[in-house]
Design a binder for this molecule. Structure first.
Ligand code: RIB
Length: 302
């Protein structure tokens, strides 16, 4: 195994996507468009996004042994991603995400983790140098937190944790201690800090500073992002766009942040790049089909 620039430890899901006028309320049924089957999953999306931005990428994770696994593996390999540490789990279904995308581009997602839930510390050990020698290890929370913690401890480079989906309980201290850059959205930041209210730019700064992580980049949707360290708090605005589908915009943001750091940019400059890549991602439909190359970012935001 050769060292990758960015190693992703995380999930791969088959996204079952339906366009709807609005996501249903509890007890409501809505009619939508035709069902689309699209490769997704926060981990795999971040891997594909980083590869399309030009980085050498490896993916550590688990897929099931059904037809969907062939689609998920092929999608990663099509973008040149090292899948030697993507384990096929016999007897297990794939991760699947049920996604309703509203007319305004916002979505609601339910994930059935399937094989993703079987990822363990042993898989991180087996990945060896792919985790230990990567310049950046990019983590999310769609796989068991034990595996995420093991990856953070095994990483020799910069550890970025995107705490998505929002954690239902406090993150273990021995994971948080290993994180160099935390990338929550407003909901995740509120949950992590026990804050019960709307998170704006000022509150995001205060909440981020209360976390025991030296650098926090809070994604703020249409308001861009906030970079918070002990030394600075910098608001990075987003370009104005008319989103058609926000699925995977957070994933491409994280991948672009990692891409910028690998290329030696400061955290603020990497965040400026990430905001542009995230915004461009909202202008096309579907998780992995929407992830742009650098040229496509410029073209989409022109
Ligand atoms: O972040 C978007 C992703 O979340 C989707 O691709 C879906 O699989 C869920 O994991």
């Amino acid at each position: 195994m050769t060292a990758s620039e960015i190693t992703i430890v995380g999930s791969a899901n088959l996204d079952l996507v339906v366009d709807v006028d609005h996501v249903p309320l509890v007890g409501e049924t809505v009619l939508g468009g035709d069902l689309r089957r699209i490769p997704g999953g926060k981990g795999a999306n971040q891997a594909v996004a980083a590869a399309r931005l030009g980085r050498r990428v490896a993916m550590v994770g688990r897929v099931g042994d059904d037809d969907g696994a062939t689609i998920l593996r092929a999608a990663l390999e099509h973008d040149g991603i090292d899948t030697t540490a993507l384990v096929t789990t016999s007897g297990s279904p794939n991760g699947v995400a049920l996604i309703a995308v509203q007319a305004d581009g916002d979505n609601a997602i339910v994930v059935s983790p399937g094989a993703n839930a079987r990822l363990g510390a042993g898989d991180i050990d087996a990945a060896g140098s792919l985790v230990a020698e990567a310049a950046v290890v990019l983590l999310q929370l769609e796989v068991p937190v034990e595996a995420v913690g093991a990856a953070a401890r095994a990483a020799g480079g910069t550890v970025i944790l995107n705490p998505a989906p929002a954690p239902v309980s406090a993150l273990p201290d021995d994971l948080v201690d290993e994180v160099d850059v935390l990338v929550p959205n407003q909901t995740e930041l509120a949950l992590l800090t026990g804050f019960d209210g709307d998170v704006d730019v000022e509150i995001a700064t205060r909440l981020a500073r209360s976390l025991p992580v030296s650098a926090v980049v809070v994604t703020l949707g249409a308001d861009g992002a906030m970079v918070v360290t002990a030394a600075e708090a910098v608001h990075v605005p987003a370009p104005t766009v008319a989103p058609v589908d926000t699925t995977a915009a957070g994933d491409s943001f994280c991948a672009a942040l990692a891409d910028g750091l690998v290329r030696g940019e400061t955290l603020v400059d990497a965040t400026r790049w990430a905001v542009r890549v995230g915004a461009a991602t909202t202008l096309r439909r579907g998780a992995q089909p929407s992830l742009p190359t650098p040229d496509e970012v410029d073209r989409l935001l022109r």
